[in-house]
Design a protein around this ligand. Sequence first.
Ligand code: SF4
Length: 396
Amino acid sequence: MARNLLGFDARALTDFFCEIGEKSFRSRQLLRWIHQSGTPDFEQMTDLSRALRAKLADCAAVEIPHRVSASEAPDGTRKWLLSVGDGNAIETVFMPEVNRGTLCVSSQVGCALECAFCATGRQGFNRNLTTAEIIGQLWWATRTLSLEPDAARLGRDNEPDGARLGRGNVERPVSNVVMMGMGEPLTNFDNVVRAMRIMLDDNAYGLSRRKVTLSTAGIVPAIDRLREECPVALAVSLHAPNDALRDELVPINKKYPLRQLLAACQRYVDPLLGDDIPDVKWERKGAPRDFVTFEYIMLDNVNDSVQQARELVALTRDVPGKFNLIPFNSFSDSGFQRSPARRVRAFQEVLINAGLVATVRRTRGDDIDGACGQLAGRVRDGAAGGPIAIPKVAKG
Ligand code: SF4
């Protein structure tokens, strides 16, 4: 079976070329063709000899996930649904802002962690995405946005607040990646790390480690491993100020309770850890940011009281962190309501008055099934507005 080189990082490509009797520098050429030029066709890789192109076509391929649908909200948020076979689909969301374009990338089909407020969690777990399916989302978004006429990408004048939204940068439409889509990335560790290495590689997307953020519900041993193997910016889905409530909202908390999770966060941002190891590789030089982003979804009358905000301040006082308060994106039968703005403000004030940085995330893409997993859920079971048919097509 032809190997899909889309998911090969520099190391894997080097091994691959050695295996087929070619020089290792070919890996750099391939990365540039696939990820920078967006060329999946070996025949168009004109600085490879005709013989090598034929050899590659014989034993390998570059297979891109197939697009099922695309939608765009009035605020410029784009959501693509990509087919990953067997009737399954994943979501990739692009959020344009004035000076950057952020892509939210999925790591699994469904999710096993069953967070109470999450549309993806309700679907259950199907399978891990391969490295190719993860990096394929960035390939797809970069390619699609790069091909759009500049006029359509420069901004909009009809925003509700009059703000002019940018579409990122013309050269690099996706400037930031957040591993925050469907699935828990740290339970698909190897594939996610390989995909992030491609994101960081100068011969591929060349993103800085500060601009790639991995968001986890709190898989403690894997947080330590991430720091060792591919430290990027870390976000942790906290959502509750104590174990009793977090056990309900984020059930993985029963396995890795808050005390363990916060200790792992501290280790992650500790600049001294690893410095005493001679000849450390760049991967061992610690986290690219000196804080963890704590995400906190605001659920009306569940976790949003002033008293709970005070509890949160006390809980996290020893960990350098910034808070991102997230308005809940409702979906059918979720059983939760979005906190009213006044409760969110009161909660935020407690954090700010305690000297913490606390921002409220702007709601994005409400008109295009904004809650993570909503759109893909419609593919599988017809939830939230009727099923979407996935045409039966070969990948590529
Ligand atoms: S919030 Fe994240 S970890 Fe929790 S069920 Fe949803 S996708 Fe999984």
